[in-house]
Design a protein around this ligand. Sequence first.
Ligand SMILES: Nc1ncnc2c1ncn2[C@@H]1O[C@H](COP(=O)(O)OP(=O)(O)OP(=O)(O)O)[C@@H](O)[C@H]1O
Ligand SMILES: [Mg+2]
Length: 287
Amino acid sequence: MSEASAQPAAGPPSAPARTANPAATATAPSQAVPALEAEGLSKSFGAVRALEEANLTVWPGQVLGLVGDNGAGKSTLVKCVSGRLHPDRGTVRVAGEVLRARSPEVARARGIEVVYQNLALVDSLDIATNLFLGREPVLGPRPFSWLGFLRTRQMRQEAARVLREVGVDLRGASVADPVEQLSGGQRQGIAVGRAVVWGQKVVLMDEPSAALGVEQTRHVHDLIRRLRDRGVGVVLISHNMQEVMQVCDHVTVMRAGRTIVTVPVSEVSGEMLVGYITGAIEPRSDG
Ligand SMILES: Nc1ncnc2c1ncn2[C@@H]1O[C@H](COP(=O)(O)OP(=O)(O)OP(=O)(O)O)[C@@H](O)[C@H]1O
Ligand SMILES: [Mg+2]
């Protein structure tokens, strides 16, 4: 294995050093199967090698930072895991089982949710429909219009409840309003809320706080901790080293399509991470 690691590659990391909540010890050795394991993922776009033998391991209840310069391959890695892109090579396992049929629907059915960098909300649809996209409540065969009405009503009630629960403030908008009326931050809130509600095993967040103010960013961090406490593995992509150090327990660094090192945040500084990202520091190779 070419990738260096500051922890034994074979087993789950010990309890994260920077966690206030004891539930975070869900990453303790009793849970021997990673929530998500990507191995040897490669993906080229023509001559551009976006991913080269990239590896990623996320344990239940772990918050893993994924960092790297622009174009390092972070979003491509997330998309290959979530079925949005098909890798040229490599394996993805969810809770120990190989994810074969790769499509967003299959990944979702296996408990993987993603907050994409460029939000995957449908502008013309209302908030409730966006929240349930691809998994609208089933109440019976579609031809009966009154069932359609009931379905819509049930979905809107449920959407309002879910948004309250995850603390998304629509500021006067209703779940029946189209998403295009919302601010960037509110859309981000819906996308994060959707992932938090549906994510059973792994939630991957591609720069979820990039469009958010201070208060909403703090709220996203709270939601990440809630996922962790539920035993969900979280991958947080961020360019903000302070955020990574504050929220994550481990960090994987990518450079030019490769995952070059995974370290516990307790063993690195923000400056060291920047060094790994830029190439000023080469990770120690452990073979
Ligand atoms: N659909 C695509 N077609 C062609 N090239 C692509 C495509 N998607 C990504 N790439 C290229 O693959 C490389 C990795 O891109 P990716 O979006 O994964 O980087 P990233 O680490 O997410 O960067 P950023 O921090 O800027 O979001 C880049 O060189 C990018 O131009
Ligand atoms: Mg990206």
